[in-house]
Design a protein around this ligand. Sequence first.
Ligand code: TYD
Length: 208
Amino acid sequence: MEGILITFEGIDYSGKTTQAKKLFNYLKRKGHKAILLREPGGEKVSENVRQVLLSSGNTGMDPLTELLLYEAARAQLVSKVILPALRQGKLVICDRFYDSSLAYQGYGRGLDIKMIDYLNEVSVSGLKPDLTILIDIPIDVFSSRMRQNNKKKDRIEKEKIDFYKRVRDGYLKIARKEKKRFKVIDGSGEIEVVWDEVKNTVDYFLRG
Ligand code: TYD
């Protein structure tokens, strides 16, 4: 494969989407043929599946249904957009990829990790990111950012915090298992401080 696939991972409020956009603009300025995608979404059918997944009306979604929808959106994005772009030698940046399913549906919701590993591999046809940047924030940073963002200042349910704690720990576990592919960056500082580290990581990686 000619191209390069860089993925961003992290729990909600980690700031990874901001960093993915900054990286995209930076690489474009440097003359790379870069594209920026997000999961779930990034393609017409996948964006439709995203609507089903994220619509607040769809309460009571079974965890397995949820997993299969994420995998469906992913299979579509990979076959229609990511693989063709990589074949053209493009640099693909993806805001979330299959590690999100492991972290959220596996470590978060408790579905079987081996089963998710298998479905992930099938949905991406064996493709692996060349580099995965995990923007990591401690749970107290997560809850204070969540509180700030919540205009109604609702009480944050303990269940939610516990869920994100499992997801975060899951991400760190995945990163430890695949040290070569992962770079863990502390996301609790200012945007520009985090960006400096993201930029240095990618510059170093591309110098290869
Ligand atoms: P989004 O609004 O894009 O949030 P973010 O900016 O944090 O990425 O919503 C994506 C949500 O979907 C997010 O809460 C994580 C979740 N998700 C999974 O649970 N499993 C997955 O495989 C993927 C790709 C996302």
